[in-house]
Design a protein around this ligand. Structure first.
Ligand code: ADP
Ligand code: MG
Length: 321
């Protein structure tokens, strides 16, 4: 199977979308943005054995590759529109390609995202690079940079699950419903696209959680030039995570694990407004801390646990597996 056959068989699907003037099959895609909207462009690369285990189901790899990119669009309150896929494969395994394409299109169709082009090459390792173009109202994109002293810090979902899921995948632990839940949180992250759009009018800053709650909140605070604090007793940890890892390790997974693709944002909105958004989108949104002072300090984020200072950087963190 040559690259043209791969593209035709697995990635070229009929689309009827007026915004796509030229789609797959020419030298480039020609897209027509809606007038009066800003474009948001994101790209993320996933390398086999670095970003996912090779043994992960191909459909999960496809789904996840799209979801991690959608998450960046979500964090900016964008609407996903078009996607490009650069795929490097060591061989053309039809079963793998079929599963991968199914997972990829499942994630795309959830958000009306259309594949409009890409590149297909042979290489030593599987490398998946996806670019998504989204849009947002003029000057409406949420950034990491707008947090203000007095804002509250919110997080969606239950951070820590995905990295714990990856750890149990690596450990080869026997499967049970709790293990399956955690593995699924790694394999099929839910991009919070609709929540991102819903909080746009309320939030002062936002970031998606890819590297771990602690460092991602720190990035937001630094970008905003403020300091902040979070109370670890408020972290929304899932019951499978606590059950399988115990409370202390659950906290470590949540703070340092990464791969969650939840949203973290700052806002002054009332608890009720935020709760209404959470109910509407059937996702937990939890207040875990607040923005303190304007600060240019290197350590922008302080943790407390039941009110006592918790030194996350020195001793709080431990590398797992
Ligand atoms: P060129 O040589 O002009 O760069 P290619 O032969 O690489 O074009 O690609 C042919 C067409 O197929 C282009 O429209 C390209 O965007 C599309 N394409 C290539 N690989 C993929 C892929 N993995 N998924 C979707 N579209 C692809
Ligand atoms: Mg060309």
């Amino acid at each position: 199977m040559d690259e043209f056959e791969i593209i035709r068989r697995y990635f070229e699907r009929a689309v009827s979308d007026d915004s796509i003037r030229v789609g797959i099959g020419d030298d480039g895609a020609v897209l027509r943005p809606d007038p009066g909207r800003d474009l948001i462009c994101v790209i993320d690369t996933l390398v086999a054995e670095v970003h996912f285990p090779k043994s992960l189901a191909p459909a999960d790899i496809g789904y996840r590759s799209v979801a991690v990119n959608l998450s960046d669009i979500a964090a900016m309150a964008g609407r996903p529109r078009w996607m490009l896929l650069a795929l490097t494969l060591s061989d053309a395994d039809p079963a793998w390609l079929e599963g991968f394409a199914n997972g990829l299109f499942t994630a795309a169709e959830e958000f009306d995202l259309v594949l409009v082009g890409g590149d297909t090459t042979r290489g030593k390792e599987t490398v998946i690079s996806i670019q998504i173009l989204g849009d947002v109202g003029v000057d409406q994109a949420l950034t990491r940079g707008g947090a203000e002293p007095g804002d509250l810090i919110y997080v969606t979902g239950t951070p820590g699950d995905a990295s714990a899921g990856l750890a149990v995948l690596h450990s080869g632990a026997p499967r049970n419903p709790d293990v399956d839940y955690l593995v699924n949180r790694f394999a099929r992250p839910k991009a919070r696209v609709h929540v991102g759009q819903a909080i746009a009018a309320q939030a002062s800053a936002a970031i998606d959680l890819s590297d771990g709650l602690f460092s991602d909140i720190e990035k937001l605070l630094k970008a905003s030039g403020v300091s902040g604090s979070i109370e670890l007793a408020e972290l929304p940890l899932s019951s499978p995570l606590i059950k399988l890892m115990g409370e202390d390790d659950a906290l470590r997974f949540a703070l340092g694990g990464g791969d969650d693709y939840e949203l973290c944002f700052t806002a002054t909105a009332s608890a009720q407004v935020i709760q209404d958004i959470a109910d509407q989108h059937a996702v937990a949104i939890t207040c875990i801390g607040q923005v303190n002072d304007r600060s240019a300090a290197a350590t922008a984020l302080v943790c407390t646990r039941n009110g006592d200072e918790y030194d996350y950087q020195h001793g709080g963190y431990r590398h797992f597996h």
